[in-house]
Design a protein around this ligand. Structure first.
Ligand code: HEC
Length: 344
């Protein structure tokens, strides 16, 4: 379905039935003209999917949650400084009622839905950013029995106008859950309810931060794979802050912002690594002399696969924004499957 982009007939009936205010009428009529002005265009790009038409994934049939954004309570919004995305998180009645009671064990049937949009500056008021293109829809459904292996939650994603291949469903589910395990103490839910003020405080006190999940390891004690990763850095650190977890490529991009921040604050090397799938994101402090960043930025190294080749992208982060400067194919030995590994 298209938000704010009703058919011409619907618009005409709206105009004739209920719009008496002449300035609104002028806006609607302008939207009907062929040279679409900005405010018609921006709204028409919020193409949200019909959940009734999407396939099931990881035991979740999305159809009953169709248009959740118009029916459920808004829990909170989040803004991502690195990619400019605006996100909206909604909870169904079961989940919201649990949040109201302060329960941190969501009952069976709890569902969270998240929508993400790119943002654009409003030309009428340029420092106000409004949602523009819809990018993704994600769901989390609770059923302690059915989804036991992932601690009672299952995950659904629809991104860039499509579902991924069903073959990837299981690995995505594990990867989603791996990151949500960072907030295990809040029953794997990141969002704190903004509009239940007392609850907000409760939530912010629960659980450890992402940063506290990293452990300091001596470089000499690292696994063979981790040593290889560290050899890509400019410096040869004595210690590395590591979080070993299941990752998919999206999680690496998601983690650039936090890692750059920790590196900047501590000067230490930070690394998140999936020793099973052989994925990683490493960050080290960029020396002030070769940085355009006033406070010194972070250098980042992000692994990716393309056409069966394993490569690393290099970039730097300044003021929360990252820029890629190049990429290199990694030698075959990086993919050695026989290296032993541990997951935290
Ligand atoms: C690298 C970490 C990470 C990964 C991987 C991840 N998430 Fe999340 N998720 C978050 C964060 C942080 C939030 C809080 C809202 C935000 O920043 O968008 C969140 C919020 C959510 C929410 C709203 C409920 C809540 O916990 O706040 C849903 C639903 C969700 N994610 C689904 C998914 C799905 C589905 C996947 C896998 C395709 C996934 N997530 C993978 C970090 C992650």
């Amino acid at each position: 379905m298209k938000v704010g982009h009703p058919s011409r007939e619907h618009l005409m009936s709206l105009i004739s039935k209920s719009i008496s205010n002449t300035s609104y009428r002028a806006v609607f009529l302008l939207c009907l003209s062929y040279s679409l002005p900005h405010w018609c265009l921006a709204k028409s790009q919020l193409d949200l999917p019909s959940l009734k038409k999407l396939r099931s994934m990881n035991g979740i049939n999305p159809a009953p949650y169709d248009q959740f954004w118009a029916r459920w309570k808004l829990v909170t919004t989040r803004h991502r400084k690195d990619n400019g995305e605006q996100r909206f998180v909604y909870a169904n009645k079961i989940a919201y009622d649990a949040m109201k009671k302060g329960s941190l064990n969501f009952p069976r049937g709890s569902v969270f839905g998240k929508l993400a949009f790119k943002t654009v500056s409003d030309p009428q008021f340029p420092n106000s950013y409004e949602p523009s293109n819809f990018t993704r829809m994600q769901l989390m459904v609770k059923d302690a029995e059915k989804f036991k292996p992932t601690d009672g939650w299952s995950y659904y994603i629809y991104v860039d106008g499509k579902n991924h291949s069903p073959k990837q469903d299981h690995s995505k589910n594990l990867a989603c859950h791996a990151c949500h395990t960072l907030v295990k103490e809040r029953d794997f839910v990141f969002s704190a309810p903004t509009f239940l003020s007392s609850m907000g405080e409760l939530y912010s006190d629960i659980g450890d931060t992402f940063r506290s999940k990293f452990r300091r390891h001596r470089s000499q004690d690292l696994s063979a794979f981790e040593k290889k990763i560290v050899s890509l850095l400019n410096i040869n650190p004595k210690y590395v802050m590591i979080k070993r977890m299941r990752l998919f490529s999206g999680s690496l991009y998601e983690s650039i912002g936090p890692l750059a921040k920790y590196v900047n604050e501590s000067g230490e090397v930070y690394l998140i690594v999936d020793p099973v799938k052989k994925r990683f994101l490493a960050a080290e402090k960029q020396s002030r002399s070769n940085s355009k960043c006033y406070m010194g930025g972070a250098l980042i190294y992000l692994s990716y696969y393309k056409k069966g080749e394993f490569s690393v992208k290099r970039g730097h982060v300044c003021d929360g924004k990252n820029q890629w400067v190049g990429s290199t194919k990694l030698p075959k030995e990086f993919m050695n499957r026989h290296w032993s590994h541990t997951i935290d």
